[in-house]
Write a protein that binds this ligand. Structure first.
Ligand SMILES: *[C@@H]1O[C@H](CO)[C@@H](O)[C@H](O)[C@H]1NC(C)=O
Ligand SMILES: *[C@@H]1O[C@H](CO)[C@@H](O)[C@H](O)[C@H]1NC(C)=O
Length: 412
């Protein structure tokens, strides 16, 4: 009894500390996509070979010892503190060479360095839902938290869920010199790493999209549905499973935060600047915010074919919109996908958008810190959570409605 009380007290203390950390961090919160990071443009033709050599070395050795991975994790922590989430676009347009991109764009097939060919073969019927998360090698802590929270493998309301992380070669190798060993170890431990041999930059996310779809078609065609998203989102997998239960995986399905009538940005200063030589039309096709979306197995197969035929385009969400257009599939908007985060109502700046009862009704929320994901998951799974005042909250404050998007739908 005393032990239990003590445990409860420690738990409460921990939650309080975590909550304060979040409140504090929200004061200085800026959008992930705003963080300026320069694109380093240096191709690495030898990476693949070096990697295979290392893999052979590792395979030859018995399981590697503990201290190695611990020091590697420490390095990672340092690395990820200076660098959050998926790679943001470069801050200056001069960092991106469009002519070079156009010249290189037929080079779109890269080797897979780490595969999980048995990922979807464990269950005779295949998984119900495959969760695929875009991640950077250096964001080890984000992957850990996703594994421990919404990205858990196993049964969710009776539905089998499997998970993979989508990685490519880190562009700045000095940040994490041990990245190859680390990723290799991580893969051995969790069997959820897919790594391809191209540079992991913002403008290469399209390559990630293509390679993932081809991988899913080849190695996971028996999954019923796929959720694909970022590592800095909170996903209510229970809601997603519930939503999908009544759907047919053999029919088309593509659901997310859909952006209509987005125009290419022609201002040279913008991070999302796209010159006319790259995209001549005045409007992008309808597309889904890349923070998270759902698709059926059937749509995955069609998209993987279509995307192999569409010309490379440096913004991955728009590129996928082009593939959807090619197969004539209209993506479906769902209110539960908040891939641009939740806007704080200006009338109530002190309102906590971090209310588990609010998250209870959602499917995907974008731009959360590691501790926020952890805390939200724990609050939502606390049996004492009671959301009877939810109506009150909704009445008292009006959530700012998203205005119709006229430019590419990223936060300004
Ligand atoms: C790579 O990372 C190191 C260490 O974090 C940093 O000092 C260096 O400036 C980075 N290089 C580039 C090109 O971003
Ligand atoms: C994409 O990856 C390839 C292969 O590593 C690299 O040569 C290219 O520079 C990268 N492109 C961008 C836009 O970062």
């Amino acid at each position: 009894m005393r032990v239990q009380l003590k445990g409860d007290a420690i738990c409460t203390l921990f939650l309080v500390v975590a909550l304060f950390t979040i409140l504090y961090s929200q004061l200085g919160h800026t959008s992930l996509r705003e963080e300026p990071v320069k694109v380093q443009r240096r191709p690495s033709p030898a990476t693949g070979r070096a990697f295979h050599a290392l893999q052979r070395k590792l395979d030859a050795r018995p399981t590697a010892s503990g201290p190695g991975i611990i020091s590697a994790m420490k390095e990672l922590k340092v690395a990820s503190e200076s660098h959050v989430g998926t790679s943001p676009p470069p801050s200056t347009p001069s960092a991106f060479d469009f002519r070079q991109y156009l010249r290189d764009k037929d080079n779109r097939k890269f080797d897979i360095l780490i595969n999980q060919p048995k990922k979807c073969k464990r269950n005779p019927g295949g998984p119900f839902l495959l969760i695929a998360v875009k991640s950077l090698v250096e964001d080890f802590d984000r992957r850990e938290i996703v594994r421990k929270t919404w990205g858990r493998e196993g049964l969710v309301n009776g539905a089998q869920v499997q998970r993979v992380f989508l990685l490519a070669v880190p562009k700045n190798k000095t940040t994490l010199p041990t990245w190859e060993i680390l990723v290799q170890q991580e893969s051995q431990m969790y069997r959820d790493i897919l790594l391809w041999d191209f540079l992991d930059t913002f403008f290469n996310l399209t390559l990630k999209e293509i390679h993932f779809l081809n991988w899913a078609d080849e190695f996971c065609s028996n999954t019923k549905f796929i959720f694909k998203g970022d590592a800095d989102v909170f996903v209510n997998v229970e809601n997603i499973v519930h939503f999908l239960e009544s759907r047919d995986p053999n029919e088309d399905l593509f659901v997310g935060d859909i952006i209509y009538n987005a125009q290419p940005i022609r201002k040279h200063k913008s991070k999302y600047y796209i010159p006319e030589t790259m995209y001549g039309l005045g409007m992008y096709p309808v597309y889904a915010g890349g923070g998270g979306f759902l698709l059926s197995s059937s749509t995955m197969r069609k998209l993987s074919q279509a995307c192999n035929q569409v010309e490379l385009f440096p913004i991955d969400d728009v590129f996928l919109g082009m593939c959807l257009q090619r197969i004539n599939l209209k993506p479906v908007m769902h209110e539960g996908f908040k891939t641009f985060g939740i806007t704080k109502p200006s009338a109530a700046p002190n309102l906590q958008t971090f209310d588990p009862c609010f998250y209870k009704d959602l499917m995907v929320v974008h731009s959360l810190k590691v501790a926020e994901i952890w805390l939200m998951w724990n609050l939502l799974h606390n049996s004492r959570l009671s959301c009877t005042q939810r109506k009150q909250i909704k009445k008292a404050f009006r959530w700012k409605m998203k205005t119709k998007v006229t430019t590419l739908g990223y936060p300004a």
